[in-house]
Design a protein around this ligand. Structure first.
Ligand SMILES: [Mn+2]
Length: 336
């Protein structure tokens, strides 16, 4: 049996300014804390492999301290004999910043379509993957599979690691469903020689099936990156694999509660607005992420975000946003 920990979309560096202009609670640590919890779990449970499905970082230009904080805790994991596999995601523009870690014998990066065949506890496993492809994956997918070149070890367990959208994936509080399209892999596009597909990119954890029955697993993001994820449980998967049986179990991680609230549109003076906001905030957990939406355009001229932050608990993250319909939102925010 092979034991695997699978996680994805850690978005390290999210709200983690190196030289912040103002001092307020940042969300950056929420992500680093869950990242460390995952690495600790991998060691405590003695997994054989740790898979990151991509979007390790929040963006492609990453400050050195964030790179160091990300890579440093990996060395003790690799030294324990745990094999690590990483898929570069769209947020790092399909490429991770280089590190001496990359030369560690237990570190395996899908920096191009490739596979790493190995024997683990008596099981032959072909670990394969390719970096995120931003456009036309529907057309590109068969080419990627060809370039990987499966089949060198007959009878091996074939695992594909990637960072893409798949038909039928669900996102957002309204259950938006991905349909087949140029940037979405169809469920009928997965060849039946694949035993398991592990993917990042979709931030809601879920397990789909290919047309031929292969489990297609999204671990989801390790913390909420947007309000679209406010109802989702965050976490990772522990899998046990043999050639004849694949089992998985979702493990939840702590995630900050998110609340969105619209100001009553009849309140148009500072005093009453502040009183209403404070009354609302008192009902929330002290570490909430609290998004206040204006109910009337004028309210944004009256309220200052810096004043709001002063009046509400420091342990909260507070945001003030315009009237509904005045902000542009796209589905990309849900599968980011
Ligand atoms: Mn992502």
């Amino acid at each position: 049996m092979v034991k695997v920990l699978f996680f994805a979309d850690s978005h390290l560096g999210f709200d983690f300014p190196i030289r912040p202009r103002i001092s307020r609670r940042r969300r950056g640590w929420d992500f680093f804390n869950n990242y460390q919890l995952i690495l600790d779990t991998a060691v405590e449970e003695g997994v054989d492999a740790l898979v990151h499905g991509g979007d390790v970082f929040f963006r492609s230009k990453i400050p050195m301290p964030v790179i160091q904080k990300t890579y440093e805790p990996l060395l003790p994991v690799l030294e324990r004999g745990i094999h690590m596999f990483i898929v570069p995601g769209n947020h790092e523009r399909s490429r991770l910043p280089a590190s001496p870690l990359f030369r560690h014998k237990n570190f395996h990066l899908f920096d191009r379509p490739r596979s790493f065949p190995m024997e683990m506890n008596g099981v032959d496993v072909t670990w394969s993957g390719f970096p995120n492809i931003r456009h036309n994956i529907q057309q590109e997918f068969p080419t990627q599979l060809n370039q990987i070149g499966f089949g060198s070890t007959p009878g091996a367990l074939s695992i594909l690691c990637m960072h893409q959208s798949i038909e039928n994936a669900l996102v957002g509080v309204q259950n938006y469903t991905f349909r087949k399209g140029a940037d979405v892999i169809g469920r009928d596009q997965f060849p039946d020689y694949l035993d398991l597909v592990l993917s990042g990119h979709i931030h809601r954890q879920q397990v789909l099936r290919s047309t031929s029955g292969t489990p297609l697993i999204y671990s989801g993001s390790i913390e909420r990156t947007s309000f679209a994820e406010r109802l989702e449980t965050k976490g990772f998967f522990i899998l046990t694999l043999s050639k004849h049986k694949i089992e998985w179990e979702f493990r939840a991680l702590p995630a900050r509660p998110m609340y969105q609230w619209t100001l009553p549109s009849n309140l148009l003076d500072r005093h009453h607005l502040m009183r209403a906001i404070q009354a609302e905030a008192q009902e929330l957990p002290s570490d909430a992420i609290f998004r206040i939406r204006s109910g009337a355009e004028k309210q944004l001229d009256i309220l200052k975000i810096s004043e709001l932050r002063n009046e509400l608990p420091e342990s909260m993250n507070v945001d003030l946003i315009p009237l509904a319909g005045r902000t542009r939102s796209t589905w990309s925010a849900y599968s980011d």
